[in-house]
Write a protein that binds this ligand. Structure first.
Ligand code: ADP
Ligand code: MG
Length: 442
């Protein structure tokens, strides 16, 4: 039979961005041992770029030619995807750019979105390599779903786009203070939590929010159950193109770019080791990534400071200097923590908002007021592993689904984070933009 090759779908082209310092620094090793073999088997062509510094990924995605890629995938923790999302939103063509499917392969210490993707797929909670393998298989399945983004505006006028959380108090303190224990991987959060519990702080603040209308604004996406009895993904759903790759056709479409330095040594496969990553996959071939030569005029320089231009208007917000609209609710109190979360997970093993969906158009505002005992706080965090903390009916713990909120810290010193990244301390406000981005969910 005579099926023209041109009728076959072309392989997906993914831009893989790897942070060699994410987590315990084993992203490159995991990439070569676990990710690339699976991706090659799924006949996905890719370009792999290692980031060299903070905001490198952000600058790269601001310069890429969109039609050349079917997706951008980060190999790190949540921080690198945060750069990618914000890089896309800083482009003059952000409206088009943000529809580029993005994915995450968990190689960091904070892998909340990977935990959410794993949960969304109906899989058992997993950590480390197991989570990475689940997410790699899901990535190969290629399904894409809308993802809510929350625009966060700070007092300086800086605006950023967040896909996970805004945190103040206990959660952000643990996140930032535990940075120094990053060599222990995700255990840094457990360690940090113990240390913070020993010196529990409270923070005075004013929290205002626009409650979401009753009932689910958007039907939760039904969670596809494709799990085998052992809770693992059936690998048989992977398109198998071994025959093609054996003939060497697959390899031609793959490229490796070790940005800024020499390609790694040819990892000549040991005899009999299955299946070959194929040495040629690790060398530049047909898809050489070409960043756009120049920054478009008017785009923010360097990617560090967002001018707040571009992106959809925040129609629910009034300027930070003005009082919130009358339909908003305001709580002034002492808090142990305030957490605005829009995905199910705060960490790969923290099912913080089990009711959240990728694009429910909701910000789940969770807060713990002062007066909570250490024991009760420990119980909340322990129960969070299974997502049962709200069932404890702790009187100090509240949850309100909202569309927008404003947080005004009244305690002079503290830490605020957006998606686990530290931001300027002071008043901030945010609103959700339902389904603005596209996430590879598998
Ligand atoms: P982790 O979960 O381990 O913290 P992240 O993906 O959150 O991993 O990355 C942590 C930070 O590292 C991010 O803020 C990101 O901007 C930064 N980063 C990315 N590439 C590099 C690099 N090559 N060197 C140093 N920092 C980097
Ligand atoms: Mg959501």
């Amino acid at each position: 039979t005579d099926i023209s090759l041109s009728l076959l779908p072309r392989p997906r082209r993914l831009l893989l961005l790897l942070n060699p310092f994410g987590g315990r620094g084993n992203a490159l090793q995991w990439c070569q041992s676990h990710i690339l073999p699976m991706i090659s088997e799924a006949d996905i062509s890719f370009n792999l770029i290692q980031t060299e510094r903070v905001n490198h990924a952000r600058e790269l995605v601001k310069g890429i030619s969109l039609p050349e890629w079917d997706g951008i995938v980060t190999l790190s923790g949540d921080g690198l995807l945060y750069e990618v999302i914000n890089g896309l939103m800083e482009r003059p063509d952000w409206e088009q750019a943000i529809t580029m499917p993005v994915g995450i392969l968990p190689c960091g210490s904070g892998n909340a979105l990977a935990g959410a993707i794993n949960f969304n797929a109906g899989l058992e909670q997993a950590m480390g390599l197991e989570l990475l393998q689940n997410c790699t298989v899901l990535l190969c399945h290629a399904a894409v779903a809308p993802l809510d983004l929350v625009s966060v505006t700070m007092a300086s006028g800086t605006r950023c786009f967040s896909f996970l959380s805004v945190a103040w108090g206990f959660v952000s303190d643990v996140d930032i203070e535990s940075e120094k224990y990053r060599r222990v991987g995700s255990a840094r959060f457990t360690l940090g939590t113990m240390i913070r519990l020993a010196s529990l702080h409270t923070y005075r603040g004013r929290l205002s929010y626009l409650p979401a209308p009753d009932g689910p604004a958007h039907r939760p996406i039904s969670r596809s159950i494709t799990v085998a009895a052992n809770g693992r993904l059936p690998l048989t759903r992977l398109p198998l193109h071994r025959a093609v790759s054996d003939m060497g056709l697959c390899e031609e479409r793959q490229a490796f770019r070790h940005c800024g330095s020499e390609p790694p040594d040819d990892p000549s496969p040991s005899p009999g080791s299955p299946p070959p990553i194929s040495a040629s996959a690790l060398h530049p071939q047909s898809f050489i990534f070409e960043p756009a030569p120049e920054e478009p005029i008017g785009a923010p320089e360097g990617g560090g400071m967002d001018t707040g231009m571009g992106g959809p208007p925040d129609d629910l917000l009034v300027p930070l200097g003005q009082p919130v609209p009358p339909s908003w609710v305001t709580v002034e109190d002492d808090f142990v923590l305030v957490l605005a979360i829009y995905q199910t997970h705060l960490g790969a093993d923290l099912l913080t908002a089990p009711f959240a969906c990728l694009s429910d158009g909701l910000i789940h505002l969770c807060f713990v007021k002062a007066g909570v005992s250490r024991a009760a706080l420990v119980r909340i965090f322990l129960a969070m592993e299974k997502g049962t903390h709200f069932e404890q009916a702790c009187p100090h713990l509240s949850h309100v689904p909202v569309r927008a909120f404003r947080l005004e810290p009244l305690t002079r010193k503290g830490i605020l984070t957006v998606d686990g990244e530290r931001v300027e301390y002071g008043p901030l406000q945010a609103q959700v933009h339902c389904g603005l981005a596209r996430l590879i969910t598998g």
